[in-house]
Write a protein that binds this ligand. Structure first.
Ligand SMILES: [Zn+2]
Length: 81
């Protein structure tokens, strides 16, 4: 997740900085978009509970327990509270 985000930003910055070489710029912009697309797909997959299929749009990186089925998103065990 974070690696893809950093890569996307890095490629975007490099693409903007290498303005003198247009063919190289296109490659970097393409790489940045590929990273961003991968990031979106990964976030969509991660924002879904693997047990009940409910989407967890709010803070999937922070939340460890699904609010719908009360299962841990990482281990799948039931969390009692
Ligand atoms: Zn769930």
């Amino acid at each position: 997740m974070l690696v893809l985000l950093v890569l996307a930003i890095a490629f975007g910055v490099v693409a903007l900085c290498s303005a003198e070489n247009s063919s190289q710029q296109v490659i970097f912009i393409f790489a940045a978009f590929t990273c961003m697309a991968g990031l979106i797909v990964a976030s969509l997959k991660l924002c879904r509970c693997p047990h009940c299929g409910k989407r967890i749009l709010n803070g999937v990186l922070v939340k460890k327990i699904c609010p719908n089925c009360r299962r841990s998103l990482t281990t799948g065990k039931r969390v009692k509270r």
